[in-house]
Design a protein around this ligand. Structure first.
Ligand code: 4NP
Length: 172
């Protein structure tokens, strides 16, 4: 999936969700920490939300509590997704189908569209699922907003598995 990125010294990756306070900051926290252990390629990780709801805020306290309990360290300030990311980023990894649809709407070329994936497309256990089919629903990181800590812990498990697969793909 990522043949074009192989051999690059630096890879820029933006995680995208709706509010940029629960899922995408957690995905960025996990990938940033895993990337720091890699050496090469250098991963430059960021995140954004398709909405303006939480611009300038920190991550949701349950998100922070969950990633810190798992040993990840990360500082976050919410921002809105900008089409400038198509120029600045190598990969734009969306948490759900609605985020992906909104991001793709802002893409102006096939080259820009080719940077957009669902994060869980990289989960090695989900390889057979066609992200353009109805089964793509199985590739979603569910929105934990309004749910208890268990939902955030479930999100962390999905993110850890998907980011492990992503790194395996990048270092192939
Ligand atoms: P996120 O979760 O997209 O994972 O950051 C949400 C955060 C805030 C809202 C919805 C989802 N909200 O409606 O404010």
């Amino acid at each position: 999936m990522l043949e074009k990125l192989r051999g690059k010294d630096e890879i820029r990756i933006e995680m995208v969700c709706l509010g940029n306070v629960c899922r995408s900051p957690m995905a960025a926290a996990v990938l940033d920490n895993k990337g720091a252990k890699l050496g090469s390629p250098k991963l430059i990780v960021s995140s954004s939300g398709t909405s303006r709801y939480h611009i300038g805020e920190g991550a949701h306290k349950s998100s922070v509590r969950t990633w810190e309990a798992a040993g990840y360290k990360y500082h976050h300030e919410a921002k809105q997704f900008s089409p400038a990311s198509f120029r600045e980023q190598d990969l734009i990894l969306c948490m759900d189908l609605s985020n992906r649809a909104l991001v793709l709407t802002a893409a102006k070329s096939a080259e820009e569209k080719a940077k957009v994936f669902l994060l869980r497309q990289f989960d090695l256990a989900l390889r057979g699922i066609d992200p353009t089919s109805r089964a793509a629903e199985e590739l979603v990181v569910p929105d934990p907003w309004g749910s208890g800590i268990d939902a955030f812990e479930e999100v962390l498990a999905l993110i850890e598995s998907a980011t492990d697969g992503l790194i395996a793909e990048l270092v192939k």
